[in-house]
Design a protein around this ligand. Structure first.
Ligand code: BGC
Length: 564
């Protein structure tokens, strides 16, 4: 849509006219890589914030290598090797993250998105120092739990922030950068463990630095992100509007879009945000006149999430997608790949470790195309293709496993074929549900309940992650090939669910999501919206409109009484 048309709409009629999604979308420019390169500041900010994703991946990945290091096993016999507490030292982090994701909602609303991430970094740093310096089990466990809280907060706060600063045409790609960073974190921690295990030798003489170093190194990206929260990342303009700092929001938005404050696109976007925020606030005020304190308001908002049909529908989608992301079995592979590769006949420690290293590399590489496609092809089609190939992979691995279970040694090629399908699975996970499960929760909720809803959704990710970590070893030893049929079933469910029920959100501005999910119908709501629109229309009349010399027609210049 031309700038002219947007200007006319701003000046003439209602917010609804201004925010016709398709038009505004095309006004923003290209999506994918081209769009990101054009909006270099969005690219820079998203990459910077994605340091949080890097911490997430690094923390998930680092523990498996540490647990089998000689010096670590010697110092923590109940935790390392085959110790009885091994499962718990891994999963206590996920429990911490579950709590962290939930508590970050009020923090992200009260302190701001960016400062909630700063608080998270502090928790993460405390946890990292305790783990790196651990002298006994309790120090290790407490360190992992506190670090986990920080991680859960980060995994909720970072995509929330990115989703709120990105324009609609780049939202998917920008949030995908955090998945890319997660994958990099997993890969780097794996190879780092692989390298540091040689400090002092892998046997008796192994130095404690072999495992303390990978724990300690996390401090570097965490400190960088912490500093960046104060000096690099701007406030989310949506949060600023939510807390009534509308003028600042406009300034930030114009910086983010690299356009003057009075540019029609910036004006149209700020109006959409204001309309959405005012609508949410007014709804709560009118529906719950007795809710006065922030805690009372937050309580009503949580309640609305479960009782309003259109909100509970969105909540279900966000949570179910997180659940299914975990039940594709990705972490069964990431946590237990060496064990799996051994069980399908790839003999020798180094072979199975190398096969695991390949998992990490594929996971990173396959995330890259997602950055280019999620905003172009749309979320649905990418999810369906990914789900279909993931199920195919599980099915083939399970079947090969069932046939060759007792004769892998005589059928080496079957073992390698199964390994190849494990890699193929990871490839398909990485560009599809790996990324898209993070995109939906950031974009489908109204501003008023976004932080609460995201906290719940991301906590579902962590609790499901915890369950997978717990049940996979049991399933592998009891059901063997059945484990892969189990995951096959969930990837098929993902496919069918997306095909039949999931709406496409590509390019839809956050403030227009109601169109996809229903809700906010009825006379009362329409009246409320009309009042807000009237208010905003009056405000917009006082905005001098930016003019690119020669780009507007004469009659438009007159109509706008352009002051420039
Ligand atoms: C998941 C993690 C998983 C990672 C693999 C993320 O999206 O939430 O649990 O380990 O992808 O890259």
């Amino acid at each position: 849509m031309s700038d002219e048309k947007i200007v006319r709409m701003i000046r003439s009629s209602s917010v609804d006219d201004i925010s016709s999604s398709v038009d505004l979308d095309s006004a923003y420019g290209p999506s994918g890589f081209r769009g990101l390169l054009k909006s270099s500041n969005i690219l820079f900010y998203s990459l910077f914030a994605s340091l949080g994703g890097f911490l997430f991946g690094y923390d998930q990945g680092v523990i498996s290598g540490v647990l089998v290091m000689h010096d670590f096993e010697a110092r923590f016999p109940r935790v390392g090797g085959n110790g009885d507490l091994q499962g718990w030292v891994v999963s206590i982090m996920q429990l911490g993250a579950f709590v962290g994701a939930l508590i970050n909602s009020p923090l992200a609303d009260r302190l701001s998105r960016r400062y909630s991430v700063a608080v998270a970094c502090v928790a993460f740093l405390i946890g990292s120092v305790l783990q790196a310096a651990a002298v006994d089990n309790s120090m290790l466990f407490i360190g992992r739990f506190i670090g986990g809280i920080g991680l859960g907060q980060i995994s909720m706060g970072v995509p929330l922030w990115i989703g709120e600063v990105a324009p609609p045409n780049l939202r998917g790609s920008a949030v995908t950068l955090q998945q890319f960073a997660i994958a990099c974190g997993i890969m780097i921690s794996f190879w780092l463990d692989y390298g540091t295990q040689y400090i002092g030798g892998i046997g008796e003489g192994q130095s404690q630095a072999a495992w303390r170093l990978p724990f300690a190194l996390r401090v570097v990206p965490a400190l960088t992100l912490l500093t960046g929260c104060f000096f690099v990342l701007p406030f989310s303009p949506r949060w600023l509007v939510k807390v009534g700092r509308e003028h600042e929001a406009l300034t930030v938005l114009s910086r983010l879009r690299k356009m003057p404050e009075n540019h029609p696109i910036v004006q149209a976007e700020i109006m959409q945000i204001k309309a959405g925020a005012r609508f949410d606030a007014l709804t709560i005020k009118e529906k719950f006149p007795n809710a006065k304190t922030p805690a009372q308001i937050a309580f009503q908002q949580y309640k609305e999430l479960f009782t309003q049909k259109h909100l509970s529908r969105r909540l279900f989608v966000a949570c179910f997608m997180q659940f299914l992301q975990q039940f594709t079995g990705v972490n069964a592979i990431i946590y237990y790949a060496p064990k799996m590769f051994k069980s399908i006949g790839l003999s020798g420690n180094s072979v199975s470790l190398l096969a695991t290293g390949v998992v990490g590399i594929i996971n990173v590489v396959a995330t890259v195309p997602a950055i280019g496609i999620v905003d172009n092809f749309g979320r649905r089609v990418v999810l369906m293709v990914g789900a279909l190939f993931m199920s195919l992979s599980h099915f083939i691995i399970a079947t090969l496993y069932a046939i060759y279970e007792h004769s892998w040694a005589d059928h080496l090629s079957a073992g390698w074929a199964a390994a190849a399908f494990v890699w193929f699975f990871v490839f398909n996970f990485a560009y599809s549900v790996g990324c898209i499960a993070w995109i939906y929760p950031t974009e489908i909720f109204p501003l008023g309940v976004r932080a609460q809803a995201m906290g719940i959704a991301i906590s579902v990710n962590w609790i499901s992650n915890f369950v997978i970590g717990l049940i996979t070893p049991i399933m592998l030893s009891q059901f063997k090939f059945g484990t892969f049929y189990f995951f096959f079933a969930f990837t098929m469910i993902l496919f069918c669910w997306v095909l039949l029920f999931l709406p496409e959100t590509k390019g839809v501005p956050m403030e227009e999501m109601d169109r996809l999910w229903g809700g906010n119908e009825g006379k009362e709501t329409a009246d409320r919206m009309a009042r807000i629109q009237q208010e905003l229309k009056c405000e917009s009349r006082n905005v001098p409109i930016y003019r690119k010399t020669g780009s507007y027609s004469d009659d438009l210049d007159i109509e706008l009484q352009d002051q420039y």
